[in-house]
Design a protein around this ligand. Structure first.
Ligand code: PMP
Length: 436
């Protein structure tokens, strides 16, 4: 099939790990949702750049200039990858968590935030200084849109958010935060419809694309979202860098996220002994300190590698694996796959399940020790969602976030298998064989 490509070469594909049963096996990395292996191509690009490594925006030397050019052209690459509008801005951060905390720190005064309880903690929790409405878990994409519509409509009629005299629009600002693909079920959320609902009620919307961007093209203009956040280490680049891309106004009007060099355009001592600071109004405003040039460059390299490999073909291959895993798990009667929107809901290569009679932590440990397969178990930093899916009560998650279920009890946590570009068929077959 011409539309399906071979797995892209990734780092770690030939790492051998010991088995408790003796011998070794190549490691099957099936925990892409936590951190995906870096693409070999990204690693090669970074290695090719390494000799030219220099400080950014700070040196007159040739290598500094070259690094500055690569750093700034990485913004353009990311903007193109995300289909940014002309006046959008790409801010480099440390991660999705950092990006969403940056946006939370930039909310205008009186901003209300609307977020589903099903979000990853990175998109659920940063809004602690705002008035937050937590929306109940929907059971269909249509219900998600209706729930948001209702909450935004109630806001429009609440006394605090009516326009004040002389003020345009619906009154106080509001922000909706939603994930594009769940890190637990892999299910796709109706982002475009939620964005339209937000727009209709004068609210802004930020897309947590940590799980969407590595598995599916994201087009900020087409989705009509205001901001997109994602992490390099889930998008086949190494750790340490992330992106917040989108509208400039809230970010330009906010206090700098970090104060320091790089964010300040002019600093002068005042006659009264104090200090006056003029901050940058560009992305640099929120990028104080020496930036993670390698991290930023590797994100751009990953964006290019995915585009050049043909993202649609990668998606098609991943969907083949999704079907294979779903069918394989469906054939094991003791397995229940977790789903909010139903078994047939479209999803990326992220699938969580429980196995009757098994503690999920023990199951994941056995996959590792006996088969060399790396998956994740636990509540996946989405405690309310996993409890809704498992129908369990809040428990003390313990040190590793994975509470023990007594034998015969309902699972308190789940097992997550996740994959993407670079996953060979053999890993998926080994996983299904092990589960069986
Ligand atoms: N959002 C989602 C949906 C995620 O899956 C994750 C990572 N598990 C994050 C946000 C946070 O990403 P990071 O740890 O890179 O900040």
């Amino acid at each position: 099939d011409q539309s399906i490509c071979a797995p892209l070469p990734v780092l770690g594909a030939d790492v051998a790990v010991p088995l408790v049963t003796g011998g070794e096996v190549t490691y099957a990395a099936l925990d892409y949702a936590a951190s995906a292996p870096a693409l070999q191509r990204v690693w090669d690009d970074v290695a090719a750049y390494a000799p030219y490594y220099g400080s950014v925006h700070r040196g007159a030397g040739y290598l500094s200039q070259l690094s500055t050019d690569l750093f700034e052209s990485s913004r353009v690459t990311v903007a193109e990858f995300l289909g940014c509008r002309e006046d959008d801005q790409v801010v480099f951060t440390r991660s999705t968590t950092d990006s969403l905390n940056l946006l939370a720190a930039a909310l205008p005064a009186g901003c209300e935030v609307f977020v589903f309880e099903t979000e990853h903690h990175a998109s659920l929790l940063p809004w602690r200084d705002a008035r937050v409405t937590y929306l109940d878990a929907p059971r269909t994409p249509e219900q998600a849109v209706a729930t948001l519509e209702r909450a935004l409509a109630a806001r429009a009629s609440s006394p605090d958010s009516r326009p004040r005299p002389g003020e345009a629009g619906t009154g106080s600002p509001a922000l909706v935060c939603v994930t594009g693909a769940s890190n637990v079920t892999g299910e796709l959320w109706p982002v475009k419809e939620l964005a339209a609902a937000a727009r209709a009620h004068g609210a802004r919307i930020v897309l947590d694309a940590a799980q969407l961007a590595p598995h599916h093209p994201v087009d900020i203009a087409e989705l009509d979202v205001d901001w997109v956040a994602f992490s390099g280490h889930k998008l086949y680049a190494p750790f340490g860098s992330g992106v917040l891309a989108g509208r400039t106004d809230w970010l330009r009007d906010a206090e700098p996220y970090l104060a320091g060099g790089g964010a300040s355009r002019k600093v002068a001592r005042r006659a009264d002994g104090g200090v006056d600071v003029e901050w940058h109004t560009t992305a640099a405003r929120h990028e104080a300190g020496s930036p993670n040039v390698i991290g930023v460059y590797s994100i751009a390299a990953a964006c290019k590698a995915l585009t050049e490999a043909g993202f649609d073909r990668l998606v098609a291959r991943e969907q083949q694996l999704v079907t294979r895993v779903r069918e394989g798990l469906a054939g094991v009667p003791q397995v229940t796959v977790l789903s909010l929107f139903g078994d047939d809901a479209p999803r990326v290569g992220v699938i969580s399940f429980v196995v009757e009679g098994w503690n999920s932590s023990h199951f994941a440990a056995a996959l590792s020790a006996e088969y060399g397969i790396g998956v994740r178990d636990g509540l996946f930093c989405a405690h309310p969602l996993v409890r809704t899916l498992l129908g369990s009560e809040p428990q003390d998650p313990g040190e590793c976030g994975a509470p023990e279920a007594a034998p015969g009890e309902r699972s308190l946590n789940a097992i997550r298998v996740s994959f993407g570009a670079g996953t060979p068929d053999e890993h998926v077959e080994r996983f299904l064989g092990a589960v069986r």
